[in-house]
Design a protein around this ligand. Structure first.
Ligand code: NDP
Length: 606
């Protein structure tokens, strides 16, 4: 029989009523919507307690200012800066300088050293350049120190330590007409003049704090998770937080970071209060050491094939085999299993497919919520831990000990029913009108990904006509291919907005850096001094981005969070300045085809 409209509920044998769940999702969203959106957050302070000082370097570093001319300045020494440098070196460009705020390479993996820090994406697809370095991660989901060490190994492999200035922050970028160079000034009084500049500043480089009343008055130890204070807690990324024995610890936030560090706090601290505004979806982790036989099966080119396979599935497109085969790819796997079992797949309308996708999503969320009931003993706590939104509304999390941590007698979930913490006093956190006294207060409150680019980067960029980037992008970021923006010649962005979206950020970086290295090489080889997009190309790219992606469409109905500009999709700037609508794999294919044509179409060289 040919169903004209699939009844998603019957078709998938759902336990819940789709309409009732939609209503519940809406209620939970409405409860959390607030007028101030991302403005509810603030930066780390310069106060002694919640400061933005690097805890991993010796204080008092000084060096003489640098005055130099170079071909390329790369801002950022995380995977973005490392891969950009590696690609330049491969392309025969030796004259470049990396400027990095931290004391070593690693970016997010340098800063995030909280206990339990681990990669949520399979390390065989996440950790870049594995084949180039001839290495294989020790676990399916590697822990932070191994990823940080891998970043350092990339630095050594490509001899990048000689090109980098650590503990240095760019303060200003200005285009010098005539000289046709960028003038780069730093907080170390460096003045570097570069033909090209690459912005590899990363999406999670600026920690944020909630603008809660009394935050600066807290008298105990307090820090953000990306500035973990091991002097205060004792231990290291593997745990053993011995200084917290007998202490009362408060954790604000229940995102991907909290999910990983709370189990350690529960194990080692006297008492732990986890202040929750919105629960994360916490799926099975299922980590395993790398089977020694696995590396023997790998043929050259395996990593790119595996990354592509993961990515195509994450774009929602089928693959014969799911090489990673984890909970990330489950949604697409599930959708295509259902569609292939459907008697008339070819006749389904986009609306019908969207309905089936929604039902597959619900099925998955039913399982995620069901797992909480299975693991968490106290029914009220279990209920409060349940996420009521579609799977990709918030960054999915995976952990096999987070939920059971709430079975410990020393751990209390303080659910605020979407309201968040009320205020902070010198010795306590106030939530639901009640005071929770704590000795140590940890902010697992994430990163600023939603403000405009220059605010996040920490420096202004002044282009050819004296125009400031913050002014050009005041209403809307505008790029060609996500990298180039008119009026700012030889200036390249690697932020991810207006490009293809994938949870495997190093994959995007890998594609981006190959593209930019090609553009730089071609510009030089063609004897040009500047490259920038034509207005027409930038407008056309903007129009394509405006079409919107299904991710953003769903985000508009999601519970607030950084994925949807705190519920303000399309209203604000930042990370959500649109994505390539056809998905990341199509975006990467477009870049490859563009390079293969050799025409540099859309760019003007002079
Ligand atoms: P998130 O932005 O994901 O989480 C911040 C948390 O703080 C949320 O739970 C938020 O609640 C909560 N919060 C904010 N304000 C308040 C308040 N006033 N009262 C109570 N709670 C509040 O930050 P994370 O650091 O957890 O993660 C950031 C990103 O870093 C992840 O999404 C992920 O992409 C990446 N990451 C990656 C890892 C990996 O394995 N590769 C590991 C860890 C992080 P609400 O949801 O209501 O806003």
């Amino acid at each position: 029989m040919k169903p004209s409209k699939p009844d998603a509920k019957n078709f998938l044998d759902l336990d819940s009523d789709l309409d009732a769940v939609r209503e519940k999702y809406k209620q939970e969203r409405d409860k959390r919507m607030r007028t101030d959106g991302a403005a509810q957050y603030r930066e780390l302070t310069t106060e002694a307690t919640l400061n933005d000082v690097d805890p991993y370097v010796e204080p008092g570093f000084t060096r003489a200012p640098i005055e130099e001319e170079t071909e390329v300045v790369i801002i950022g020494g995380g995977f973005g800066g490392l891969l950009m440098s590696a690609r330049l070196r491969e392309g025969g460009i030796e004259d470049f300088r990396i400027i990095e705020a931290a004391g070593d390479f690693g970016g997010t993996w340098y800063w995030n050293r909280y206990p339990g820090v681990q990669c949520d994406v399979e390390s065989y697809v996440y950790m870049p350049l594995l084949e180039e370095l001839g290495t294989i991660p020790t676990e399916k989901y590697a822990h932070g120190p191994e990823i940080f060490a891998h970043a350092q190994a990339i630095g050594r492999h490509y001899n990048l330590y000689k090109n980098v200035s650590f503990q240095t922050q760019v303060r200003a970028l200005e285009w010098e007409n005539g000289a046709e160079r960028w003038s780069v000034r730093t907080d170390r009084r460096d003045h570097i003049r570069a033909r090209f500049v690459c912005m590899a500043t990363g999406p999670y480089s600026k920690p944020k704090l909630p603008g809660i009343q009394g935050l600066d008055e807290f008298a105990g130890d307090t820090f953000h998770t990306s500035r973990w204070n091991y002097d205060c807690t004792g231990g290291d990324t593997t745990g053993g937080l011995r200084n917290l024995a007998g202490k009362r610890v408060g954790v604000i936030g229940t995102g991907a970071t909290a999910i990983q560090c709370v189990p350690h706090l529960g194990r080692d601290a006297g008492e732990v209060f986890v202040f929750q505004r919105t629960p994360s979806s916490v799926d099975i982790r299922d980590n395993a050491p790398t089977d020694p036989e696995f590396s023997k099966t790998l043929e050259p080119g395996w990593q790119q094939r595996r990354m592509d396979n993961f990515n195509i599935l994450m774009d929602g497109n089928p693959q014969e085999e799911d090489l990673v085969g984890d909970r990330w790819t489950e949604l697409t796997r599930g959708l295509h299993e259902v569609l292939s079992a459907h008697p008339n797949t070819a006749d389904l309308t986009p609306e019908e497919i969207a309905l089936i996708a929604e039902a597959v999503d619900l099925k998955k969320m039913e399982r995620v919520r069901g797992r909480i009931d299975e693991v968490v003993e106290d029914p009220a706590t279990a209920e409060a831990l349940k996420p009521w939104y579609r799977y990709l509304c918030k960054r999915p999390c995976f952990h096999d000990e987070y939920l059971s941590t709430f079975n410990r007698s020393n751990v209390t979930l303080v659910d605020t029913d979407g309201k968040g913490v009320d205020k902070i006093t010198p010795h306590a956190v106030v939530a639901n009108g009640r005071e929770y006294e704590v000795d140590c207060l940890i902010f697992a409150t994430g990163f600023d990904v939603n403000s405009n680019y220059t605010q996040r980067a920490g420096y202004e960029i002044v282009g050819r006509a004296g125009e400031k980037l913050s002014e050009k992008w005041v209403d809307r970021s505008s790029t060609f291919q996500s990298f180039f923006t008119r009026g700012f010649p030889n200036c390249f962005f690697m932020m991810g907005f207006q490009s293809g979206l994938t949870p495997n950020i190093p994959h995007t970086i890998n594609e981006q850096t190959q593209h930019l290295a090609y553009v730089i090489r071609e510009t030089l080889d063609r004897g040009a001094t500047t490259v920038e997009p034509s207005q027409k190309a930038e407008d056309a790219w903007g129009a394509a981005i405006e079409k919107g992606s299904s991710f953003l469409e769903i985000q508009a109905t999601c519970t607030p969070g950084y994925f949807n500009d705190e519920g303000k999709v399309g209203e604000t700037e930042g990370w959500l300045a649109g994505f390539y609508p056809e998905g990341s794999e199509a975006f990467f294919a477009l870049l490859r085809a563009w390079r293969a044509s050799g025409k540099l179409e859309g760019l003007e060289l002079s």
